[in-house]
Design a protein around this ligand. Sequence first.
Ligand code: NAD
Ligand code: TYD
Length: 353
Amino acid sequence: MSKTYLVTGGAGFIGSNFIHYILERHQDILVVNVDKLTYAGNLENLKAVMDDERYAFIQADVCDREAMVRLFEQYHIDYVVNFAAESHVDRSITDPGVFVSTNVMGTLNLLDAAKSSWKTGEDSYREGVRFLQVSTDEVYGSLGPEGFFTETTPLDPHSPYSASKASADLLVKAYGDTYRMPVNITRCSNNYGPYQFPEKLIPLMINNCLNRQGLPVYGDGMQVRDWLYVEDHCKAIDLVIQRGTLGEVYNIGGHNEKPNIEIVKSIISYVAEKVDPSIDERLIRHVSDRKGHDRRYGIDPTKIREALGWEPETMFAEGIRKTIDWYLENRQWMEHVTSGSYQQYYRAMYVGR
Ligand code: NAD
Ligand code: TYD
């Protein structure tokens, strides 16, 4: 039966990959992408599906309550997949306010709009609907050298970004517990792959290598992140939508832990091999550490593996090559992002068509 996905933040990195993923795998769906188009939103990511009749784009802010209510009046929405967020830790340190507005209040607006649209009686909702909150392992705080985050690890966010994501998670949980809303929360580790904005570690390092610019490594570079290829993440989210137990939290990660410095060195070596052997580790610059920098993230994915049979398919050695190859084959995408011209893309492609 036909299903309508409301994907928020679909013009961003993971959201756009997710839209490609579901349109390729499900025939009979409608995808409504709602995005404010902040600096991180780029409709060029969705060029290939723009004319697909199963896809619609609406520019709107999740903080606009009435606009969110109107969306549910306009479309018969079955699934909400909430990616819309301010997502960069460094920006949250300099400007936390917008993180609270979008990540917390925006999620509250979506929950309320979904609740009133889906409600069929006291604590009952239309059959088959679901609200999936896309969260992060950063809500669990930082690990020492041993152990992993499980779904029962207490929340202990350190940055304004992770505090805003944890707040949103608690609201989603509260709507499940209080109003019996059909919700799920997924918490994944650091994603990488095509269409990632070059403020994040991996695309920043690729771009700087290609431009022979310094590679800023925060502190000693021994902070550990658990890298997840974005398509594996998309697959996990769609599995939770199709078969996850309502009310549950699922951690998503694939035991791909690496210290940042190792990531940077592997990027240098592959870019040197593909582009120019004179690109080397002399580009590395150790700069001041991030305030409150979490030392290590590591996910225990046992629950999603046992409950839904999810396994990551792309290990880091392969994923990083695929990612660098994508950026090399899509130099124009990066040029449009770094020159700022991607922000005119919407006007050129949509206005007056
Ligand atoms: P992104 O920054 O690339 O994209 C965010 C998107 O949300 C952009 O298209 C932006 O325009 C849109 N947006 C921002 N504010 C909005 C608003 N007020 N209303 C409507 N749209 C708005 O982020 P991403 O890396 O794709 O992350 C997506 C989600 O996944 C986020 O919720 C993030 O917290 C979570 N997450 C990301 C990672 C990661 O490694 N990138 C890891 C764990 C969790
Ligand atoms: P980032 O991609 O910002 O993701 P997050 O902070 O959400 O994990 O950063 C990944 C890691 O790389 C993190 O430990 C910070 C570090 N980092 C650098 O060392 N240099 C940089 O220029 C950036 C952007 C990040």
